[in-house]
Design a protein around this ligand. Structure first.
Ligand SMILES: [Zn+2]
Ligand SMILES: [Zn+2]
Length: 276
């Protein structure tokens, strides 16, 4: 059976600390959009910094409850849509062992490794950019990403490689791959050598204001392919049901233009390639 849109392998429900969406609403939306499969990827960010808006443990999912609910729906929708058990794991150098033990404890199908904190600072907040150039802030982000993926292996794709442009003071107006090509190439080569892929994240496409690009940007996606990268998954990063698979038409066109002929689904931590 051929499907118009690819599977959505990055989405959140009420088990994530920043999301209220019931799980079944997300599944029904995926059915409406005739997706071949979905993978729910709740937030698990351990040792997160504590600030006024983010109380301790805000981004730590209750994984047992999450797993129980997901398996209930997996069974209910069997033969109708494939629902995979995923996690978006926050990478940090001081919790490499904690993260590895956590991943081994649950039967995840798919693990997104995300660089949400940069040396214990959150690039979501404007304070991350204060007192320095945007270039310096971005460089620190990419350096910490590289460090994290060098230290940690137990993930399948790197989440939204350059997503901090969504929150930077000038958004992505002055952001070009070529200004960061050395460090970004190191990140891409590290991923390829470890057999890891990229989360092709469409949130910046459909968010207001739209940045008109993916995370990673299409230049980076093209570079990944050029360097021999094969594994990409598509992710809406939806926190609301209506955002499931949003921007996927554009994302598929961009991925094809970058030279990709397949995308990946993950089951039991193994990639399965599907024609684009
Ligand atoms: Zn994320
Ligand atoms: Zn996410």
């Amino acid at each position: 059976m051929s499907h118009r849109l690819p599977a959505d392998f990055h989405m959140h429900t009420h088990h994530s600390g920043d999301c209220d969406t019931p799980m079944e609403m997300v599944i029904k939306q995926a059915l409406e959009k005739k997706l071949p499969a979905i993978c729910i990827t709740e937030h698990m960010d351990m040792d997160y910094i504590i600030c006024e808006t983010d109380p301790a443990g805000k981004f730590e999912v209750n994984t047992d409850e999450y797993q129980d609910e997901l398996f209930l729906y997996k069974e209910k929708y069997k033969g109708i849509i494939d629902i995979y058990f995923g996690i978006e794991l926050g990478l940090q150098p001081q919790i490499v062992k904690i993260n590895a033990d956590y991943i081994n404890k649950y039967p995840f199908d798919f693990v997104i490794g995300s660089n949400h904190l940069v040396h214990k600072k959150d690039p979501y907040y404007s304070s991350f950019y204060e007192g320095r150039t945007e270039h310096e802030a971005f460089m620190e982000f990419f350096e910490s990403t590289l460090e994290n993926i060098q230290l940690f292996d137990d993930f399948d794709v790197l989440g939204h490689l350059d997503y901090l442009v969504r929150y930077a003071p000038n958004l992505n107006r002055d952001y070009r791959y070529k200004d960061y090509s050395d460090i970004i190439d190191e990140i891409l080569k590290t991923l390829i050598s470890k057999g890891k892929g990229l989360d092709v994240n469409t949130k910046a496409l459909y968010s207001e204001p739209s940045l008109g690009d993916l995370n990673p940007s299409k230049d980076i996606l093209a570079r990944f392919r050029e360097l021999g990268g094969e594994i990409i998954t598509f992710g809406s990063d939806a926190h609301k049901a209506e955002n499931v698979a949003l921007g996927f038409d554009t994302a598929v066109e961009m991925a094809k233009a970058c030279g990709f002929k397949h995308y990946a689904l993950f089951s039991n931590r193994k990639a399965k390639f599907v024609k684009l």
